[in-house]
Structure formats: C-alpha cells, structure tokens
Ligand binder design. Structure first.
Ligand code: PLP
Length: 401
C-alpha cells in the first residue's frame, strides 16, 4: 500500500474524532434554532453560549467580544471592511502588510474601490514586518492597520505586540489575523493589545466553515450581514450551532496541548529542516530560522518548479503545498515570496511542508528521501545540457537559473 504522509496542516487539519462526537447531538436531536424561545431553541442557545465562553477564555477575551462567523475569511473581511466602513471621511487610510492572506488583501482592494487609500508595509528577507515601518506610515488619516500573527506560507511570526502598542499610541485600530497561530501558540488578545482578531476552526482540528472574530468593546464595526439580530446585531444569520460546538471542543483540546505540542513540532521541524538542507544540494530555507510557526518548513529548491515537485510528491503519497491553498492549481507566483524580493521564477519554486499532531520523524525521513530523488530528477529533466569549454556537458545538478 502506498504511504500517506499529510504535510499540509496549514491548509487544513483533519477533524478530531472527539470534536465530531461533540458535534453529533447538534446534527441530530438538538436541531433547535438558538434564537427560538422554546426548549429546543434554549438548548441550542445554551450550547452556543458555552462555546462562546470557551473560545473567549482561550483568547483571554470577554464572551461578549466574540462573534461567530462562517470562516477565517469572513472574520478578516468583517474586521477590515467592517471597521473601515466606520471611518469618518478624513480617516480613510488603511495599512496592511504585503504578505497578508488574500482575505485581507482583497478586502483592502475593495476598500480602494470605495475611495480609501491603502499602504502596503514591506517585509525583510525573513518575511518580518518592522514595527518602525508601521510607525513611519501612520498618518493623521490612518484609521486601521491589519497585520497577521503568522504568515501562512513561510510561517514567519510577526511582532504584533510592538505594532499594537504603536497603533494604540497613534489612535489607529489594529486587526490581527491569527488564523495560523490559534491552537498552536498562545493567542492572548490582552497581551497582544489588538482591537480585532480573527481565528478559524479548521486549522485546529475543528470543522470547516466556522470562524470567530474578537472585537474589543467599543471598536467600531459595521455589520456586513444584515437581516437578523444574531451575534448582538453584528452578524446576521442563524448560527451554525454544530460547527460552533465543534470549534469550541477543538479549542478546548488544543489549549490542553499548548505548549507541549508546539515544542514537539518545533523539534521535529528543526530536524526536518536540517535533514533537507544537508541532503538536497541548493536547497534554501525560506522565512525566519526561529521566529516561525512550530510546524512550518518552507524551502526553495532552485531549478525545481513547485508544481512539478508537488505532483511528484503526491505520486509518492506526500501532501505538501506551494503556499496558500487557494492559489494552488494556478501558476501565479506567490505574492508572499515576491514580497521577499524573489523574482518570478524563484517565487514559483517555494514548497511548504506543515506538520501536525500525528506527524512522526518516520514520515519526515521518508519525505526527505523522496525529495532527494525528485528534486534531482526534475532538475535533470529541466536543465539544458550545454557544452562547456572542453566539450563536457554542464553538470545537471547545477540549474542554469
Ligand atoms: N488567514 C490566514 C492566515 C489563513 O491561512 C487562512 C486560511 O488559509 C485564512 C485567513 C482563511 O481562513 P478560512 O479558510 O477559514 O476561510
């Protein structure tokens, strides 16, 4: 039987069986609408309230500050667009980093179409935002800044606490996309000091299609969904009770494993990075060597385009990714890698491996061996055989790029 090695946990994680069991009653007998006054409704409401308390406690927030939404994408859209729509006409300036997820970048573009101005904060070669670069771009008109906690492609962690302090000093609302960190690392809204923060259930072994937005009390927010009073009038629509119950159970389970699981994944990741760099010629680690998500290892294999390599890995039973899952399948170079200053060719040669709770060293050792063979094979098929001085062919190990 072919081996199955799933190393794409940043794209999504499997549903934990304990989470599925917690959800089951709400997919069966407990089908009440939490807005209904009868007992079916009241039981659903109690489940929703308990879930809100769990998520709020994990984030060190008040339950009234947590809105349940349909995804991390909706959470980021609501934070960025919803907060920006409350800006007075003379404050329509927004800051985002160049490496945000598209759910923030496209929200910012949409605001541009409404007449807002957006500045993109650059990152250094490790993919980090310099807090002083944020400070330098804040103007009197700046209303909102949105900087992610960890980048989903190369895993770099951002100095969000320092950025939050600057935003607070300058009276700028601050949103943090914590979709990649929640459940893996501590995410404490009081320690970070942000006004808005986004999380998603399916990155922490919960169900897909459920997310939450933390909104600090008094933060301005224009609802994007209208037509019902749910979520304290901030997000209309009947809540996905089973999904939200599953989200809370996933959060509860994840909180119990921080920091032990983060330490385990960090050690495995470092061993994997070391083995890849030792074994594969011209392999380079992308992102920060230490300030990165515990389970993230991202490499550039020069001369081996990511799409060819991902197909080869998939044939060997290994799931990896070339970056954001939503841009997989298209040949667009990654905007994150371009922001590192890479050229278009290089930006198509980035491959991401993200470890999970079940990943073992055995899985990673197998991956290193497959990578060794496949990177060499792809480079050999692609590098033109050029006659060198003396008539010998150029080494096929050295790609001509
Ligand atoms: N933000 C980041 C950093 C992500 O990695 C993702 C998902 O890949 C999202 C937002 C969107 O979350 P969801 O898939 O729940 O819409």
């Amino acid at each position: 039987m072919m081996r199955a090695v799933y190393l794409d946990h940043a794209a999504t994680t499997p549903l934990d069986p304990r989470v599925r069991r917690a959800m089951e009653p709400y997919l069966k007998a407990e089908y009440g609408n939490p807005s209904s006054l009868h007992r079916w409704g009241r039981r659903a409401r109690m489940a929703l309230d308990a879930a809100r308390e769990t998520v709020a406690a994990a984030l060190n927030a008040d339950p009234a500050e947590i809105l349940f939404v349909s995804s991390g994408t909706e959470s980021c859209n609501l934070a960025v667009i919803g907060c920006a729509l409350k800006a007075p006409p003379h404050r329509r300036h927004i800051l985002v980093s160049a490496i945000e997820h598209h759910c923030v970048l496209h929200a910012a573009e949409w605001l541009i179409s409404l007449g807002y101005t957006v500045d993109y904060i650059p990152v250094d070669r490790y993919g980090q935002v310099d807090p002083d670069a944020v400070r330098a771009r804040i103007r009197d008109e700046t209303w909102l800044a949105s900087i992610m906690h960890a980048n989903n492609e190369m895993g770099t962690l951002q100095p969000v606490e320092a950025i939050a302090r600057i935003c607070r000093e300058r009276g700028v609302w601050f949103h943090v996309d914590a979709v990649q960190t929640f459940g893996l690392l501590p995410v404490d809204v009081a320690t970070i000091g942000c006004d808005l923060l986004s999380v998603s259930a399916h990155k922490l072994y919960g169900p897909k299609g459920v997310g939450a937005l933390y909104v600090r009390a008094l933060t301005p927010l224009q609802p994007l969904m209208v037509g019902g009073g749910q979520e304290r009038d901030r997000r209309a629509g009947t809540e996905h009770v089973a999904g939200i119950v599953g989200f809370a159970e996933a959060v509860r389970l994840a909180q119990a494993t921080i920091p032990a699981e983060a330490e385990r994944q960090t050690a495995l990741r470092d061993q994997f990075i070391h083995a890849v760099l030792e074994t594969i010629p011209d392999a380079a680690l992308t992102g920060h060597p230490t300030e990165r998500l515990p389970g993230n290892a991202h490499f550039r294999f020069a001369g081996a385009p990511a799409d060819s390599l991902l197909i080869a890995l998939d044939r060997a039973g290994i799931a990896a990714s070339s970056g954001a899952a939503c841009s997989a399948g298209s040949l667009e170079p990654s905007h994150v890698l371009l922001a590192l200053g890479w050229d278009e060719t290089a930006a198509q040669e980035g491959v991401r491996f993200t470890l999970g709770r079940d990943t073992t060293w055995d899985d990673l050792a197998y991956t290193v061996e497959v990578l060794r063979q496949e990177v060499a094979r792809i480079r050999a098929t692609r590098s033109p055989v050029r006659p060198r001085a003396g008539g010998r062919a150029a080494s096929q190990k050295t790609p001509l790029r």
